[in-house]
Design a protein around this ligand. Structure first.
Ligand code: ATP
Ligand code: MG
Length: 493
């Protein structure tokens, strides 16, 4: 345990007060106990409920006075002449507004060379008063590393096997992915999530991963700036976008195994620019689905806050949290809303952009950004410049072949056999339709067939298509200018 070593160094350097902020009290006590045993230093713990207890040498202390009161324990320590480690659990409420307790702690700290005591303050959260700050140092309990996580998973699996008389089913790639997805959590949390993944069906399968990720997301309490998207998809559900699919496929390995696996830089992210309803959001979901990663959506509009400075703080927090959830896909939908050039926001969007660009340049965690945008001309040039993101893809209206695929996808999704429809006619009629408009034609046709108590036929869809004015017609000018802009600056998706 590296913490035992760290704590040993602190004791060797005569630090009078060690501060441990953690939700894992038992693990902290265990760490301290190991050190006290190996160094042969007596160790006591104190809490408001139990009073003082001797730990580490396997015997209970017979004491009339348990020093239950906070002041009493400090007085006791100050008088104790045998050097010891005193662990004060949940002492934090007794530090706030208590000049006497603070002074007693300072007295003990100042007499370190004479008394030799080490005070350890152990709470989930601790504000150290300035009077004693210079006597204290913080010890960070480390989060479990992949090998520790794997060991916990194995332990939980064998516990389950023992209780149920059969082995836990899993496969190596899923196990590897689970270990990755559990990183950033404490030992207790890893154990808890792992146990609940096994308990329902005695197996660790791909279907457990989204649950684990969602639970992790909730533990980290980040819902104010990011949302966890349960609903990812696969690229089978996306028609067209062949270049994008190919691009992602060639980078899957590097992203998922990190730089160690090769000496190529792991991909940072992409921008999908394109017409409305072209499948940009769908593609973002498919990236997460294809790479088996959690998908976090940043609603860029909601970062904005009327309080000065809060907007950038929200962005920084969102980026930090995405790193905690890494490896993951960070989907920044409609980025022009946050980073678009707007003369009226007193430079907020400019500073936001700075924060984002710095993060993109410096990030070391595997967070893959999928940004989407509808409008090009207000996107800041700094963001579009090569090297910020790996590639800018233009999502145009689908060609004839892709339209046929999209019809197939949406008919099949609703349990209709595409081969019963004359797709060649439908695709010819839908020139200039977006994927969303094709889907809409199918959905409306199903409704009107149902309204007439008929079975869905080719003609119902034809009728709906003829009733639709596609955006490519309604917004012909906007789309032409978007295409013109994209021509030399982007790659076809
Ligand atoms: N290429 C496609 N293949 C299959 N379905 C598609 C495709 N493009 C769009 N769709 C359907 O249309 C729906 C809406 O598309 P989506 O929200 O992804 O478009 P978008 O490009 O994000 O649009 P917007 O710019 O309005 O956000 C999708 O959920 C999907 O059902
Ligand atoms: Mg969208």
């Amino acid at each position: 345990m590296p913490e035992v070593h760290d704590l040993g160094l602190m004791i060797d350097s005569n630090i009078p007060i060690v501060v441990i902020e953690t939700a894992e009290e038992l693990r902290a006590i265990d760490t301290i106990t190991r050190l006290s045993v190996s160094r042969n230093i007596p160790m006591y713990s104190w809490s408001i409920t139990e009073g003082i207890q001797r730990l580490g040498f396997g015997f209970e202390m017979e004491r009339d006075d348990k020093c239950q009161e906070p002041e009493a324990i400090l007085e006791h320590i100050k008088k104790d002449r045998t050097a010891a480690i005193y662990v004060l659990c949940d002492f934090h409420p007794f530090l706030a507004d208590s000049p006497k307790n603070i002074r007693l702690i300072k007295d003990i700290a100042m007499r370190k060379s004479r008394l030799g005591h080490t005070l350890i303050l152990l709470s989930h959260s601790l504000n150290i008063p300035p009077e004693i700050r210079s006597y204290s140092a913080r010890l960070q309990l480390r989060l479990p590393q992949p090998e520790h996580i794997l060991a916990i998973v194995r332990e939980e699996a064998s516990n389950w096997s023992r209780q149920n008389g059969r082995k836990v089913k899993t496969d190596y790639p899923t196990l590897q992915q689970l270990v990755k997805n559990l990183s950033g959590l404490t030992y207790d949390e890893v154990r808890r999530l792992c146990r609940s993944a096994i308990i329902d069906d005695g197996a660790i399968t791909e279907s457990d991963l989204p649950e684990v990720n969602k639970a992790k997301f909730e533990l980290m309490d980040m819902s104010s700036v990011l949302t966890y998207e349960f609903d990812t998809t696969s690229f089978q559900q996306v028609g067209g976008l062949h270049n994008l699919k190919q691009w992602l496929q060639t980078r899957d390995k590097v992203f998922n195994q990190g730089k160690d696996a090769s000496n190529i830089d792991p991909p940072k992210g992409i921008l999908l620019l394109g017409v409305q309803g072209g499948g940009k959001s769908l593609a973002a979901k498919a990236v997460a689905g294809a790479w088996h990663l959690p998908l976090l959506r940043m609603d860029v509009g909601s970062l904005y806050n009327k309080f000065f400075g809060e907007t950038e703080k929200n962005l920084r927090k969102a980026l930090q949290l995405a790193e905690l959830m890494s490896p993951c896909v960070l989907w920044m939908d409609e980025i022009e809303k946050a980073f678009g050039q707007d003369a009226h926001d007193q430079g907020v969007s400019q500073r936001m952009l700075g924060t984002l660009l710095t993060w993109l340049a410096e990030k070391t965690h595997p967070v893959f950004v999928v940004a989407t945008a509808n409008k090009a001309h207000i996107l800041p040039p700094e963001l579009i410049r090569k090297g910020r993101l790996d590639e800018i893809f233009f999502v145009d209206f689908p060609d004839e072949e892709t339209r046929a695929t999209i019809f197939r996808i949406h008919l099949q999704k609703r349990k209709f056999d595409p081969d019963l429809f004359t797709l060649s006619t439908l695709t010819r009629m839908t020139e200039g339709f977006s994927g969303a408009e094709i889907e809409q034609a199918v959905v409306s046709a199903i409704y009107s067939a149902e309204a007439r108590a008929e079975k869905l036929t080719h003609d119902h869809i034809v009728h709906e298509i003829s009733m639709t004015q596609p955006l490519s017609v309604v917004m012909a000018e906007d789309i032409a200018s978007l295409r013109a802009w994209a021509k030399d600056r982007t790659v076809k998706a």
